[in-house]
Design a protein around this ligand. Sequence first.
Ligand SMILES: Cc1ncc(COP(=O)(O)O)c(C=O)c1O
Length: 367
Amino acid sequence: MTTTTNPWIENLPVYEPGRPIEDLARALGFDYHEIIKVASNENELGPSPKAIAAMHAAAREMHRYPDGACHSLKTKLAARLDLGPNNLAFGAGSNELIELLGHIYLSPRAGMVVSEGAFAVYRLVAALFNAPATIAPMKHFGHDPDALLAALTPETRLLIICNPNNPTGTTLAPETLDRLLDATPPHILAVLDEAYQEYLPPPLRPDLLRHIRAGRENLLLLRTFSKIHGLAGLRIGYAIGHEKVIAALNRVRQPFNVSAMAAAAAAAALDDDEHLARTRRANDEGHRYFADQLPRLAGGLDYVPSHANFLLVKTGRGREVFDALQRRKIIVRPMDGYNLPDWIRITIGTPEQNRAIIAALREILTR
Ligand SMILES: Cc1ncc(COP(=O)(O)O)c(C=O)c1O
């Protein structure tokens, strides 16, 4: 006897994450601490020291189940955002929230519209629910609002917009985003994935919270503590939306989906403006360094100007370059999964890491 799976699960594509440091260390016999991982858009400065202190304090209470409602974190975050606690829901990373949206909105007759080069998890979640995903072409590596609107069908329930987008780093101007949201029919939930929004310079940071404050029902913002806050290992993200949508998320989530450690660290991270400022400065400096160096490599490497903490770089033969970098103890992300076989994605690191990456690329590409 064999077990019978749901037929659409048989061929479900599996997400290829950034290669874990331990995995490369084991495979090639490297010391863990010598390896530079710039493959998952993590914060190379590490977690906020305030979050680390909060985790130490929380460790003593780990025999308790968490407060499933994340009450303290929710109250604090709601006050910061000038919203009500009923406008916020938490997940084990924003990835979990994306899956929860599948439970609420997707079915074989109810699907999503998503850009060709948008964060891959969205399409995987559509496949998980055996739901149609209509793929809209992009323009200059960015979302094309007209193509997204043209792709909407009567079956569409979710319109996915990653701003900035991963893996391209592109951003829609706030006015363009507003036009796109204005043209979104009320029965379609626009999901604005803002995993990297804290990296945007203020003029490019859209004020989407005003729509939520005004009671707009068909807009949901997804944010995370994994990126600028440096807490990817803890798994905590949040959704900001109308209380009806938030109530639905709370109905479909597991009772203790966010760990007490994660909620405590996230609450402390919110107080660490210094860590955020330091991270933004390091990121800006890193972007300036790559912008200076990439044109000097191998006759000039093309890259997509980015407003996030990573850069999509055209090296040619991305998978081979990924392998060659690993032999030099550097893990980047190959992009063939995004149909960009000539590109790699590099997370901006510390100045020392950035220099090591450029030196390794110089060596590989001029051989
Ligand atoms: C655009 C985007 N959304 C969501 C996520 C998921 O982040 P997490 O589940 O760690 O919150 C990522 C992670 O790379 C991302 O790039």
